[in-house]
Design a protein around this ligand. Structure first.
Ligand code: MV4
Length: 446
């Protein structure tokens, strides 16, 4: 087992990883930028090392400085959290070269599943459903037109190296496809250093459903069921819940089991999320695989009782998964509300500055994951998420009631946050009736 790990991240996820490490009897070393120097969670770390200035490229994205800190602190492993370097195969590779365990997949497994064309190949092999479309990357305009005439319009062009909504173009007819294919390739080359693009059938109305998987280093993988993450704006999720409301359990069971098979066949060790769109007939189509722990992991922890962050550390240390698929049962319903330092009434303008009031809810079934305390200053350099409220109850209706209650208790000021919006969403009839769609939130905001 590891003696000491380094956390290559900040904020709530750094604190979440400190807590998991300490429960495992592992020392936690944090790194921080000068913008985070006064952050109180650093005092919970066994050691905190300054690695540079506020801009992420000079600190949390700077591999050389992170490796220097890891060497200085003599750690056995590095947890990347989410964002920053968490999905960079070159970082996983540098860790391996330095004989420091990367708490996440090998660079090879990360490359295999991080590339959307490759991931689709693994999906087909594992009988994970994908959208009809090109088998691999599209080489030229004629090939694109041929595939489109087979699957029919509308189609979507995606970058193999893209993700999270970057590098996509929807085409409704052949002339549009012809003009867009060249542009998409150039754009992908400029943005990701890889001009590979592929096309697939475009689905307009859908829900975003994702399956949590854990794979170990002994060839085992289990799924932890699904989350619905349809409540999003501009590819930023704002509410996530588990299990997916109204989803046929037999159907999702088959999809989730094959998602676990996909992860196993990719020889992937660590936490992974297989993302899907689900249409109104509850057909599933895989979008991509996220090769990291996700912001929304706590709703899955709530319904399964599995500590995903602890498991990710144990997997990296070479431990076999301590449970079988049949041990993973769903208990109740969980909802997560992301608390962002943003003003929803001003087009979600980021809010930096001092938080005076920070009164968090408590009581049965309420969890708040946050590094904020009264007097905390939100630095302007990073993303605006300052915490997460996670509620757990016996069913969705009770979870919504509990969520409303917790949101009433949650007071933050003077900076604006998404709490007021969450209070409104918990009363919205479409949300309450689980009439979910990836465009619902943007419709409600109009
Ligand atoms: C799609 C799609 C419709 N049809 N693919 C956006 C993020 C990236 N992971 C894939 N995305 C989409 N891919 C096909 N074939 C619609 C989206 C999409 C979306 C997906 C999930 C959550 C929110 C979304 C918002 C807009 C578009």
């Amino acid at each position: 087992m590891f003696r000491r790990i380094l956390i290559a991240n900040r904020g709530e996820i750094a604190l979440r990883i400190i807590r998991a490490a300490h429960e495992l009897g592992i020392e936690a070393v944090c790194v921080y930028s000068t913008a985070d120097r006064d952050a109180p969670y650093l005092r919970l770390a066994d050691r905190a090392i300054c690695i540079g200035s506020g801009p992420a490229k000079d600190s949390y994205l700077n591999i050389a400085r992170l490796m220097a800190a890891a060497e200085l602190a003599d750690v056995d492993a590095i947890h990347p959290g989410y964002g920053f370097l968490s999905e960079r195969p070159d970082f996983s590779e540098v860790c391996r070269d330095c004989k420091i365990e990367f708490i996440g997949p090998s660079p090879e497994a990360m490359r295999r599943l991080g590339d959307k064309v490759e991931a689709k190949r693994f999906a087909r092999q594992a009988k994970v459903p994908v959208f009809p479309g090109s088998e691999g990357a599209i080489e030229d305009e004629e090939e694109a037109v041929a595939v489109a005439s087979e699957i029919g319009f509308p189609v979507i062009i995606k970058a193999a190296a893209g993700g999270g909504g970057r590098g996509m173009r929807v085409c409704h007819n052949e002339p549009a496809l012809r003009t867009n294919i060249k542009k998409a390739k150039q754009e992908a080359q400029a943005a990701f250093g890889d001009g590979s693009v592929f096309i697939e059938k475009f689905l307009e109305h859908a829900r975003h459903v994702e399956v949590q998987v854990l794979g170990d280093k002994h060839g085992h993988a289990v799924h932890l069921w699904e989350r619905d993450c349809s409540m999003q704006r501009r590819h930023q999720k704002i509410i996530e819940e588990a299990p997916g409301p109204g989803i046929d359990r037999r159907k999702i069971q088959g999809v989730a089991e094959n998602a676990a098979k996909l992860v196993k066949q990719a020889e992937y060790a660590g936490a992974a999320t297989v993302e899907f769109l689900m249409d109104d007939q509850q057909n599933f189509y895989m979008l991509e695989v996220n090769t990291r722990v996700q912001v929304e992991h706590p709703v899955t922890e709530a319904i399964t009782g599995v500590d995903i962050v602890k498991q990710s550390i144990l997997i990296a240390a070479g431990e076999p998964l301590p449970f079988k698929q049949r041990d993973i049962q769903i208990n109740g319903h969980a909802i997560e509300c992301r608390v962002n330092a943003e003003d929803p009434s001003r087009d979600f303008m980021p809010q930096a500055g001092q938080i005076e009031t920070w009164e968090v809810p408590g009581g049965p079934g309420v969890r708040v994951d946050s590094h904020v305390v009264p007097g905390y200053r939100v630095p302007p350099n990073y993303d605006s998420m300052i915490g997460k409220l996670i509620v757990h109850a016996e069913d969705r209706e009770q979870a919504i009631r509990r969520c409303r209650r917790a949101l009433r208790e949650f007071e933050v000021g003077p900076i604006k946050t998404s709490i007021l919006l969450h209070r409104q969403l918990m009363e919205d009839s479409s949300f309450v009736h689980a009439e979910l769609d990836i465009h619902l939130l943007e419709r409600l905001l109009k």
